[in-house]
Design a protein around this ligand. Structure first.
Ligand code: TYC
Length: 94
């Protein structure tokens, strides 16, 4: 006898915004570099996001599933710390 068919309805994964926070000390060029290296932005888009954060205090780098977002935050924070910049990167559930 055939097993009854059960519907397979995949759930959409929770998504997380990765955000950069402004500070007074991290060089603008470093923030642009971070956006290009870890968020695959070209120089124009990276500069636009960096200036948005500089003026508004916070800005979105990208939207990812939990593990990817966590990895991006760690990569940014590790590079900032290694360069002794106070840059802060956080994630928030959408
Ligand atoms: N405000 C910094 C400066 O004037 C630049 C900056 C931009 C720092 C974005 C952090 O997430 C940031 N050098």
């Amino acid at each position: 006898m055939l097993a009854p068919r059960t519907a397979v309805v995949p759930k959409k994964p929770d998504l997380y915004r990765v955000l950069l926070l402004n500070d007074d000390y991290t060089p603008m060029e470093f923030v642009v570099h971070v956006l290009m290296r870890f968020f695959a932005k070209d120089e124009e888009e990276a500069t636009r996001i960096m200036l948005h954060v500089h003026h508004e205090g916070v800005g979105e780098c990208g939207v990812f599933t939990f593990e990817i977002a966590e990895t991006k935050v760690t990569q940014v924070m590790d590079l900032a710390r290694a360069n002794q910049h106070p840059l802060q990167c956080v994630m928030e559930k959408k």
